[in-house]
Design a protein around this ligand. Sequence first.
Ligand SMILES: Nc1ncnc2c1ncn2[C@@H]1O[C@H](COP(=O)(O)OP(=O)(O)O)[C@@H](O)[C@H]1O
Ligand SMILES: CC(C)(COP(=O)(O)O)[C@@H](O)C(=O)NCCC(=O)O
Ligand SMILES: [K+]
Length: 260
Amino acid sequence: MPRMAFLAIDIGNTRLKWSLFDAARPGAQLLAHGAEFLDHIERLADGPWAELPAPSSMLGCVVAGDAVRRRAEEQVTERFDCSPRWVVSSAAEAGIVNGYDHPTRLGADRWVAMIGARHRMLSQGPARPMVVVMIGTAVTVEAVDVHGRFLGGLILPGHGIMLRALESGTAGLHVPTGEVREFPTNTSDALTSGGTYAIAGAIERMVQHVRAHEGAEPACYMTGGAAWKMAPSMNGNFELVDGLIMDGLLVIAQERLLAS
Ligand SMILES: Nc1ncnc2c1ncn2[C@@H]1O[C@H](COP(=O)(O)OP(=O)(O)O)[C@@H](O)[C@H]1O
Ligand SMILES: CC(C)(COP(=O)(O)O)[C@@H](O)C(=O)NCCC(=O)O
Ligand SMILES: [K+]
């Protein structure tokens, strides 16, 4: 049984994702992982976590509000002997400098994903600017310069929110999910393609902005629960990374261990 196991938790507006690693460092071995819709958080301690080896520390990021965070903390402390710790976006951490007007108002998931992406990019070769995309409940598209400065980012509605907004704002749009088509010829395909290309178009614009600003081709990473749906419709070299947030949490946890 690993003695320094580490629990990473990412709570978005749709699901809580968790991963248990054998240590709090990048490259640690993944021992177990899972995801629960926010309504099912109360199942964790007696369900998926019941048989897990106990982590000696935990670090998470949460953008779903204080009430959800407290419900998750109850599960952690009920089941494990470690105190819940959550990342708050700051002016600088783990190689990323925060260009937001109010650094602490940046979503912690966005901050952690950029840290994970920067670490990944540097492990692949020389420093490059980056575009970091997360396709979750919402879509975020971050620009990071070659030195690790977060220049700014976009927030868009995700697929689900776009479709619900169209359904509730019109009389004639109540249709099942369709296919992504270049020239959609029915309402379902028109809606699905419209949402997909709205997101793809915004991402392409950000890639252009970063390319022009930096005079270099950015490294492009895409993550999030719905990233696999976007991947076939993307131009360019987007690397689909399952656990960018988990990677970022490992990087931050190790830095904090080394600093303590
Ligand atoms: N098994 C699944 N069940 C429901 N939604 C899913 C599933 N897999 C992917 N998705 C899509 O992923 C989105 C949620 O992704 P996720 O990364 O969990 O979001 P968040 O971080 O905002 O909670 C949903 O909006 C949905 O479109
Ligand atoms: C943009 C987000 C809603 C994304 O949430 P998600 O899709 O991961 O559930 C979240 O990062 C957030 O609430 N951010 C705070 C505002 C900001 O980043 O400017
Ligand atoms: K997220």
